[in-house]
Design a protein around this ligand. Structure first.
Ligand code: HEC
Ligand code: HEC
Length: 284
């Protein structure tokens, strides 16, 4: 059943990318989806119930109240998944928005108005709905340095060039651009064929299928580096051994139904947890 819904979503994606080819402006948005989805997965892993709710002890809740951030998410179309609503809130105004729309979308990006965007506060374990709770500056800078196009590209928007020539991949982007979920790679398939196949697979599914891969010389996998706010393809940017050990221990207990901390994460039967987050189901 789940396999089937995945396939449906994949074919929807194929139709989407065919449409996207007709319109360069939309193409850019399509590429930004890669970053957007990774960002929301990282947020969903860093979140606590208290990121959106008042109080953090679900066992005492009858009808859990929502803080400012949760309230705003609750106002967005309820048929959209929680992850899509989180992504929508971060998107900000588009060039064609004016007046009220522009102001509202700008306010949505930093709902408590403390000057730090919601997504950074969530990743820094600060409360995005409380203006008195602001992350430390060095934490903000670290998050900004890592969670951007540079996860996969050495550079973006090089002048005078187009497409990938203007946005060269680093080794992580290169790896993902050729990652298909096929068990066996046809030995005679060309790099172009592999890339065309890879492009049709959601980026999170691709990351999931290489989740055990490590950069040369690294103790941490590409994904573990990202979770620990290190640039996956930067050989010099590595988590400390203690940090990695702690992360693995916590990840293992979160995977266990008995040991997991129920106030971590944002998965709850009360939420709509469908959608692209399922592509990352098996990522810690
Ligand atoms: C990213 C924000 C976010 C996080 C994190 C989050 N929730 Fe929610 N939750 C919501 C929103 C928004 C609603 C309102 C329903 C909706 O719009 O989907 C809600 C609704 C609920 C409801 C139903 C409330 C009612 O009165 O019907 C329960 C129960 C709940 N959440 C439990 C949890 C638990 C337990 C956690 C922590 C594991 C959690 N939530 C984490 C955003 C969040
Ligand atoms: C998780 C890795 C990842 C992130 C993050 C990422 N990209 Fe990419 N990007 C790729 C891959 C892989 C491709 C090749 C197409 C594919 O396989 O999906 C690509 C292709 C592109 C292309 C070429 C499109 C074309 O077909 O001509 C552009 C432009 C681009 N990315 C820009 C960006 C920008 C701008 C950002 C930040 C907003 C970004 N990317 C973030 C992985 C990523």
């Amino acid at each position: 059943m789940m396999e089937m819904s995945r396939r449906f979503r994949n074919s929807a994606l194929i139709t989407l990318s065919a449409t996207v080819l007709l319109c360069t402006a939309v193409d850019v948005i399509g590429k930004e989806r890669h970053l957007e989805q990774i960002r929301v997965v990282l947020m969903s892993r860093a979140a606590r119930c208290a990121t959106c709710h008042i109080g953090n002890d679900a066992s005492t809740w009858e009808s859990p109240g929502l803080n400012l951030y949760g309230q705003r998410l609750g106002e967005l179309p309820p048929d959209d998944t929680l992850a899509d609503r989180i992504a929508a809130m971060e998107r900000g105004p588009s060039a064609s928005d004016s007046g009220e729309d522009r102001t509202r979308k700008q306010r949505d990006q930093d709902i408590d108005g403390d000057g730090v965007p919601n997504w950074i506060e969530v990743l820094a374990l600060a409360n995005p709905g409380d203006a008195n709770d602001v992350p430390k500056q060095n934490r903000i800078e670290r998050i900004q340095r890592v969670v951007r196009c540079n996860i996969c590209h050495d550079q973006t928007n090089l002048p005078g060039k187009q497409g990938l020539d203007a946005n060269p991949h680093n080794e992580f982007g290169e790896l993902l651009s050729e990652t298909t979920t096929e068990k066996k790679q046809k030995s005679d398939s060309s790099v172009e064929d592999r890339r065309r196949m890879a492009e049709r697979i959601p980026i999170l599914s691709r990351i999931e299928s290489i989740k055990r891969k490590k950069p040369k010389g690294s103790k941490a996998t590409y994904w573990e580096k990202l979770r620990l706010m290190r640039l996956p393809a930067d050989r010099k940017d590595n988590p400390s051994p203690e940090g990695l050990k702690k992360f693995r221990k916590r990840a293992a207990s979160q995977r266990s139904a008995k040991k997991r901390d129920p106030t971590r994460g944002m998965i709850d039967p009360a939420h709509n947890n469908e959608g692209f987050l399922q592509d990352a189901e098996n990522l810690d």
